[in-house]
Design a protein around this ligand. Structure first.
Ligand code: SAM
Length: 239
């Protein structure tokens, strides 16, 4: 059964589904009154609802008993992704949402080839739609946010217990060793663009508290590195 994200009302139990989801329910799934529907409030709670009204613009459902979705990781992991060349950010977003990322922060660094045009906000909204679809498909309990673009220099690590910098020049410390020394609940993963990190960029990030780690002897594409690192961290920290 497909999962639909919808705002949980402050009181009462009628859930309103609007926009593309309403159209999808009404015109594609042709859902009927009385049919069951899986609802998620985006705050890691789900319930089995019952459709009570259907139109192309709005579908109403009566909420059942809410319970924890049970699909969210215990760690909150943000991916701080330096802008890759066109078309890759959608794939990175989709795969990392399926894997369990908490939020994605697009970052502009020195060697980013794809420099943001004025309408980066339009692209961010597209990435946010990709995140929402991937969250529905993978039955996430939240819709991971795609945050506004920021410069590498502006990154603030105050919200994280552990910041891991995937650094292609790191030869000593591996991701596994670092994780085995213990990490906090709120983790940031920093991935460079196709051109990697300039040495002074990496040095500045380390000075701010990032731990440079190697992802192994092979050089991964930027669109591979984020999902791969996220999967390895989640594997290592999950009970
Ligand atoms: N231009 C770099 C080079 O030729 O060495 C490669 C950069 S790689 C395509 C893009 C990003 O993926 C890197 O900046 C880093 O964040 C991450 N990455 C890829 N392979 C890695 C590895 N073996 N260890 C650590 N980070 C890696």
């Amino acid at each position: 059964m497909e999962r639909f994200f919808a705002e949980r009302p402050n009181e009462g139990e009628t859930i309103r589904i609007t926009g593309d989801d309403a159209k999808h329910l009404a015109k594609v799934l042709r859902i009927a009154v009385g049919a069951p529907v899986e609802l998620c409030d985006g705050c890691d709670n789900v319930c089995l609802g019952e459709i009570i009204a259907v139109s192309n613009d709005e579908v109403l459902a009566k909420a059942g008993d809410w319970q924890p979705s049970g699909t969210e990781p215990a760690h909150f992991i943000n991916l701080l992704q330096c802008l890759p060349k066109a078309g890759k950010m959608e794939t990175i977003t989709q795969k990392c949402v399926e894997l369990g990322v908490c939020a994605i922060q697009p970052v502009l660094s020195e060697r980013c080839v794809a420099l943001p045009t004025r309408d980066f906000e339009k692209k961010r909204l597209r990435y946010a739609r990709v995140a929402r679809e991937a969250a529905k498909q993978s039955k996430r309990g939240i819709v991971p946010a795609v945050l506004p673009l920021c410069h590498l220099k502006e990154l603030c690590f105050a919200d994280f217990d552990t910041v891991l910098l995937a650094y292609e020049e790191e030869r000593e410390t591996t991701l596994r060793e670092t994780l085995r020394q213990g990490v906090g609940k709120r983790i940031a993963l920093i991935i460079g663009p196709e051109g990697g990190f300039a040495p002074d960029e990496a040095a500045r990030l380390v000075a701010k508290g990032a731990v440079p780690v190697s992802l192994g002897p092979r050089i991964l594409r930027t669109e591979t590195a984020g999902p791969a690192m996220l999967a390895q961290v989640l594997y290592e920290v999950s009970p």
